[in-house]
Design a protein around this ligand. Structure first.
Ligand code: URA
Length: 228
């Protein structure tokens, strides 16, 4: 029987969140292990019988898994952490070591976290061009006013990245509560947007990503779903 063979960089792009061009750095950082040895080239051959690991997680061609979790406060959006409980620690699944996180939440942010072993899917939904709405419920330290709606719609300049945030939709729920819909996920984006008004975010909860909603999941609960 002929074994299927592919190049390492292609394999990585198909089985993780990283792209073909990211693979060069991953190889240099010795983060990819092929059959027990650090990968030496982005072009090296990978066959179906080889075992490939990235950051200690197996990337074999198993069935795709999609999990949504309602992340509690005080949990790290990482697959490994020496000090704190991670989102992966909350999941009991035979293939959990293959999973990666799609769109991290801060330590104290609660709500929807997606995990999968399907790199093509996670890349697709993370692309800004896909324009998938990520909806957050925000509790603030100062009253939120109508002015925020206009400013968030126009975009806020983030000097560090030298970008202006994409138009965001804000709905005022009550004096100290709002619902914000973003189509991108910059570092601490929600807190920085309210930071523009020196308005501290006291609580942040991600309700949904596209049509995937955390509704019905208790804090710390998760469920598998399918994408078709
Ligand atoms: N924006 C933030 O500031 N924190 C999150 O956890 C998610 C979005």
């Amino acid at each position: 029987m002929k074994s299927s063979t592919t190049r390492l960089d292609r394999f990585i792009s198909q089985h993780s969140i990283y792209s073909i061009s990211d693979t060069r750095l991953l190889v240099a950082q010795k983060r990819i292990i092929v059959d027990g040895e650090a990968a030496h080239s982005t072009h090296q051959k990978v066959t179906q019988f080889m075992h490939v690991e990235l950051d200690g997680h197996s990337l074999q061609d198993n069935k795709p898994i999609y999990i949504m979790l309602n992340k509690p406060q005080g949990i790290v959006s990482a697959t490994k952490d020496s000090k704190h409980t991670t989102v992966l620690d909350l999941i009991d699944h035979p293939q959990k070591d293959e999973l990666h996180i799609v769109g991290r939440l801060d330590f104290n942010t609660t709500g929807l976290v997606l995990l999968t072993n399907d790199g093509a899917w996670s890349r697709q939904i993370s692309l800004p061009e896909t324009k998938l709405a990520k909806v957050y419920e925000v509790t603030l330290s100062k009253p939120v006013t109508e002015e925020y709606i206009t400013v968030f719609k126009e975009g806020i300049y983030f000097g560090y990245e030298n970008i202006t945030t994409k138009p965001a939709h804000l709905e005022i729920v009550s004096e100290y509560q709002a619902r914000l819909s973003l189509v991108e996920g910059k570092y601490h984006q929600v807190k920085r947007m309210f930071g523009f008004f020196q308005n501290e975010v006291l609580a942040l909860h991600r309700v949904s990503v596209g049509h995937l909603s955390v509704a019905g999941l208790e804090s710390g609960q998760y469920r598998e779903f399918s994408i078709d």
